[in-house]
Design a protein around this ligand. Structure first.
Ligand code: SF4
Ligand code: SF4
Ligand code: SF4
Length: 297
């Protein structure tokens, strides 16, 4: 598979159809891979793909994070199905235009939840929770696919909710609050969860605004709750379940449990699945005169 991708990538770079290809390369030790930016045909042999390719590369297509670089007109990107969901959502929100990006879809059986868990194989103990009920192992929207692409019915619900979400929902409200209180007690507001998220796209994040100050910036419990609840609301119907926020958290807070729950609510209430359509807009950032909420009329 990877040879097919490398050959095709080489052709596109030689013909100057792409300025850069963002993919995965070997990392600093054998358990790790790292994002690579391939600009010359002779560099394409650095591209690899296997279950260590955890990183969600669409973060590099988010213009708030200064990519693509000036002068890059068309960027190639290696995309697992869940990454393509993120790209699709960026296009749906007009953060990216479809013709700026060329997607190399890769078939994927899952990735490890964390590099430290890689022992040479993928198993139930080290597979990322998002992979358990994945319906995009065969990508659905790409410009190049190695081999024959099968048609898969994706009309069913979009399921990435970890068992932890369901366990939390079974708790009484006060116990659930206790859980979050204990989790957020560790948060020191480094904002890694924001920086790694492909859909945190504001030029100035609400938590950084000081005139007026919308969210208490101190990392005490009140400020931390304010930050996480606001972030979860800003991502309603937009989070595509990559799980990167949780993976990036240096103190292991499962930040994405909030977003997974929100995803279920939006899906059940509006029938909307984020990341599956380049044209359909998330329900909470659109307005229609026939909206039911009388208070906005
Ligand atoms: S969610 Fe699906 S596409 Fe994404 S890494 Fe897991 S199995 Fe692969
Ligand atoms: S990455 Fe973790 S510690 Fe940092 S702001 Fe997010 S939840 Fe808090
Ligand atoms: S909120 Fe977390 S899981 Fe959702 S898209 Fe952002 S980084 Fe990924």
């Amino acid at each position: 598979m990877i040879e097919e991708i490398r050959n095709h990538a080489r052709n596109l770079l030689e013909n100057k159809e792409l300025d850069v290809i963002i993919g995965y390369g070997e990392g600093s030790d054998p358990t790790r891979t790292t994002p690579v930016f391939i600009r010359k045909p002779e560099e394409v042999d650095r591209l690899i793909f296997d279950p260590r390719c955890i990183n969600s590369l669409p973060i590099y297509l988010n213009k708030r994070k200064a990519y693509p670089k000036k002068g890059w007109k068309r960027t190639g990107i290696i995309g697992k199905g869940c990454d393509i969901r993120a790209i699709t959502q960026l296009i749906a929100e007009n953060q990216l235009s479809r013709d700026e990006v060329y997607i190399f879809g890769v078939p994927c059986q899952g990735v490890v939840s964390h590099f430290s868990k890689w022992d040479g194989g993928l198993n139930d103990d080290n597979r990322a929770t998002k992979c358990a009920k994945c319906d995009v192992q065969v990508p659905y929207e790409c410009d190049f696919f190695p081999g024959e692409q099968q048609k898969i019915d994706r009309s069913g619900p979009y399921e990435v909710s970890a068992p932890q979400v369901l366990n939390l929902l079974n708790l009484k409200t006060d116990k659930r609050f206790d859980f979050w209180q204990q989790e957020f007690d560790r948060c020191f507001k480094c904002y890694a969860c924001r920086e790694v998220c492909p859909h945190c796209s504001c030029n100035i994040c609400i938590t950084d605004r000081t005139t007026p100050t919308w969210i208490d910036q101190a990392p005490h419990l009140k400020g931390v709750f304010g930050w996480h609840i606001t972030r979860a609301l800003h991502l309603v119907g937009r989070c595509t379940g990559c799980g990167e926020c949780t993976r990036a958290c240096p103190v292991d807070i499962q930040v994405d449990l909030f977003n997974q729950r929100m995803k279920d609510i939006v899906q059940n209430s509006f029938g909307y699945k984020s990341g599956y359509s380049e044209t359909e807009k998330p329900p909470l950032i659109t307005y229609m005169t026939e909206d039911k909420e009388n208070f906005i009329k």
